[in-house]
Ligand binder design. Structure first.
Ligand SMILES: Nc1ncnc2c1ncn2[C@@H]1O[C@H](COP(=O)(O)OP(=O)(O)OP(=O)(O)O)[C@@H](O)[C@H]1O
Length: 262
């Protein structure tokens, strides 16, 4: 694919092709290949430290692959020029584990930030759009608050509002319900489903929360620690229930002790 490539409407929203991820010489994962279908909630699964967040960072262009490709609508991100990369990055909304809100800015200003950076909307229209998405996540009346005054669940919802404000077709969520009480976690799951309905975005989600994965993910991949490569692909529910699922994956999804490996 040339540096001048333009996105093709019939190509997958995002495709990971034989990706190899390393930090220095240390191999994190290799042979990672999958596509994310439209309107899918795609789960990145695996044990702690296996490379799930690292995969998300490769998909949104924050980390460069040691090998393989990340294609957005058929365009190879790392083979593209800076302007194309910026355009591809703008297609990705991201909610980081920590929510990563700017602490000196109000919730409203945080949500308006991507609208300033990525759209031509004037100030009044930016404000209107930001208030609209804050309404979706139930935080309209907290628009003027600084993030420190919000609970953990509210911060995540504010981060989610910021991630979707500019209507990206792809939404990346890193542990959206980690650290939340079960009711807030459930609420966040419902919100992710609601946002998919409203925006039609596909969602790529890292999560350890099995109830959340079973409730909302339609597809996914399991990254294995021992072999440093994916060993399963499919929805968490189907992988949990299928007789031929890799024993390590089944144990993970059923919260059982992993099988002993030779
Ligand atoms: N910037 C970095 N430089 C060097 N090593 C890193 C860096 N970021 C992550 N790592 C290491 O890479 C491995 C994968 O990290 P990553 O955060 O992707 O795992 P994870 O599967 O998301 O884990 P968790 O579920 O605990 O969040 C870990 O061993 C981590 O220590």
């Amino acid at each position: 694919m040339s540096a001048m490539a333009t996105p093709q409407d019939d190509a997958p929203l995002v495709e990971v092709k034989n990706l190899e991820m390393r930090f220095g010489t240390r191999l994190i994962q290799r042979g990672v290949s999958f596509t994310v279908a439209p309107r899918t909630i795609f789960a990145v699964m695996g044990g702690s430290g296996v490379g799930k967040s690292t995969l998300l960072r490769h998909m949104i262009g924050l980390l460069a692959p040691a090998g393989g490709q990340v294609l957005h609508r058929g365009v190879d991100y790392w083979a593209s020029d800076a302007a194309t990369r910026a355009r591809l990055r703008a297609r990705c909304g991201m909610l980081f584990q920590s929510a990563a809100l700017w602490s000196a800015m109000t919730v409203l200003d945080n949500v308006m930030l991507p609208l300033e950076q990525l759209t031509d909307l004037n100030a009044a229209a930016r404000r209107e759009r930001a208030m609209e998405v804050l309404g979706w996540v139930g935080l309209e009346s907290f628009a003027g608050y600084l993030p420190d005054r919000l609970s953990g669940g509210m911060k995540k919802r504010a981060g989610l509002a910021r991630a979707i404000a500019a209507e990206p077709p792809l939404l990346f969520l890193d542990e959206p319900s980690a650290g939340l009480d079960p009711i807030s976690a459930r609420r966040l799951d419902d919100l992710v489903l609601d946002i998919r309905e409203r925006t039609g975005a596909a969602v790529v989600m890292v999560s350890h929360e099995l109830p959340s994965l079973f409730a909302i993910a339609d597809d996914g991949i399991y990254l294995d620690d021992d072999s440093r490569q994916p060993i399963a692909r499919g929805s968490p529910r189907a992988l949990r229930d299928a007789a031929d699922t890799h024993p390590t994956v089944r144990a993970f999804l059923r919260r059982e002790e992993p099988p002993a490996r030779p």
